[in-house]
Design a protein around this ligand. Structure first.
Ligand code: GLU
Length: 484
């Protein structure tokens, strides 16, 4: 069997969209599942869309997500260059375009802007307005073409698609797709600046770089018959095509920048970790045989069978991703968690507090790092709260009972020097027993007094320990005043 070779072929046009990352991930998994090679190819022939810094984003994202490539601009595998603008300089696209011209499958077109503007237009699948070329220049004689070229007249090279007949190509998920040739436009293969279009370059490159499987968004399905015609014209074997379903937002609209979480960078900025993002994105269009949801990248490599990719649109559900991220945080090694949580803790906590201790308290209670702030904000200052919080059915306590407990507890805390959780716990227990109270009857009002909240990531005596004596006493006094 031939070795599987896939490629991720991004155009450096900006951020790494969730859809792009899914394509990269699936390309990677298709190859790695079978022990194949994964290649990175930069498609920068559309100079107008080129964005400075976009290649860095691509490299950084692939590195952070663990999608290592076996070949690419920085790793020669013998079929380079791996950047299309560099491939242009080798003359490869022009050479193959001329071969097509010789075969009658392509032709020079010298039509100027004005003439093209007078032609009929159509709207392509991805919403762009395209000119339906009328084959005017196909009628030029050999001499006329030679003359124009000799005069240096600007030209493009177009694919020559007959008006009759049909073209069929095969997609692994959709099966055979057949279209009438009359629906296919004579697309430009080489632009007037001498650069190939994506439409031409992807075919030449995938073939000359020995790509066996192409994974890409299904917006490319409508162009694929034209690519198939190119493969056939050259007598090349076309790769296995896997076109992926659309990713939509919660409102079933195409996931766009407006959602605020459409790119990998947005998600990282929002405190998600890359392992969870990769895991979640893997499930946007693919599912295993069982209902399992948590997969490391290695597990995905083992389990990923592309035949199980779905054809229906995948909904990007940020709540689901939050849940998944929380699962990753819970399972994370404590030291690593602390390192990653540290900047958020430093921001949220008063100076001098034991960050490590707080980290261990919040680890199982947050979904993303920025959640830390609302979990621990009370440690900086007690928020505004209502004395109604002191009434609690489970602990059979009300505001009056709370006032009595706090009044008793204050001198105990003032006299206490050892503010470790254990010592404080023993002291408060001793007090509860002396009064015949249940634990909760004492801990409840203390916790409310210290935090102004009914739910905290730490228990009453843990909070006392974190705050230390001075601050604890101050807060208990304030609570007594509030209740009196
Ligand atoms: N350069 C194209 C893009 O970024 C790649 C499409 C493909 O994978 O063939 O959309």
């Amino acid at each position: 069997m031939e070795k599987i070779r896939t490629r991720y072929a991004p155009s450096p046009t900006g951020k790494m969209h969730v859809g792009n990352l899914r394509t990269a991930l699936y390309e990677f998994l298709v190859a790695k599942h079978e022990g194949g090679d994964f290649m990175l190819r930069i498609e920068d022939t559309d100079q107008e869309r080129f964005v400075e810094g976009a290649i860095d984003i691509i490299n950084r994202t692939l590195e952070m997500t663990g999608l290592y490539h076996d070949e690419g601009p920085d790793k020669d595998g013998g079929v380079g260059p791996y950047v299309q603008s560099e491939r242009v300089k080798t003359g490869i696209y022009m050479k193959y375009a001329k071969e097509l011209i010789d075969k009658g499958e392509a032709y020079y077109c010298f039509c100027d802007k004005e003439r093209l503007a007078s032609l009929k237009t159509a709207v392509s699948e991805d919403g762009k307005t395209i000119t339906v070329y009328d084959k005017h220049c196909l009628g030029l004689s050999k001499e006329e073409v030679e003359k124009n070229l000799a005069e240096g007249k600007p030209f493009v090279i177009r694919q020559n698609i007959p008006n009759e007949g049909t073209t069929t190509f095969k997609d692994e998920l959709y099966g055979d797709i057949t279209v009438d040739n009359s629906e296919l436009d004579d697309m430009i293969l080489i632009k007037s600046d001498g650069y190939p279009t994506y439409n031409f370059a992807n075919v030449v490159d995938d073939h000359t770089m020995n790509i066996t499987h192409v994974v890409r968004g299904n917006e490319y399905i409508s162009s694929s018959p034209k690519y198939q015609r190119l493969y056939d014209a050259f007598g090349w074997k076309s790769p296995v095509y896997i076109h992926l379903p659309l990713i939509t937002d919660e409102n079933h609209k195409k996931l766009s920048k407006r959602s605020g979480h459409s790119s990998f960078e947005d998600l990282i900025d929002q405190g998600f970790i890359s392992e969870a993002i990769v895991n979640y994105i893997a499930l946007l269009g693919w599912s295993p045989e069982d209902n399992r949801e948590i997969f490391s990248l290695d597990e995905l490599i083992r389990e990923f069978d592309y035949h199980r990719i779905s054809k229906s649109p995948a909904v990007f559900d940020i709540q689901k991703l939050r849940w998944m991220n929380g699962e990753y945080l819970k399972a994370m090694d404590d030291d690593k968690f602390f390192e990653m949580a540290k900047p958020y803790l430093e921001e949220a906590l008063p100076a001098g507090m034991d960050l490590k201790k707080v980290a261990s308290k919040v680890k199982t209670r947050i979904e993303v790092f920025p959640d830390i702030a609302e979990q621990v904000d009370f440690l900086k200052a007690v928020p505004e709260y209502s004395t109604e919080l002191y009434a609690n059915k489970k602990n059979k306590i009300d505001a009056a009972g709370s006032l009595a407990v706090l009044t008793d507890v204050l001198p105990i805390l003032e006299a206490q020097d050892d503010y470790s959780n254990d010592a404080l716990y023993a002291k408060l227990l001793e007090y509860a027993e002396s009064k015949g109270f249940k634990n909760g009857y004492v801990m409840w009002p203390v916790r409310i007094a210290l935090s102004g909240k009914v739910m905290t990531p730490a228990g009453a005596t843990e909070i006392l320990e974190l705050l230390g004596k001075e601050e604890s006493v101050k807060r208990i006094k304030a609570a007594i005043e509030k209740l009196s």
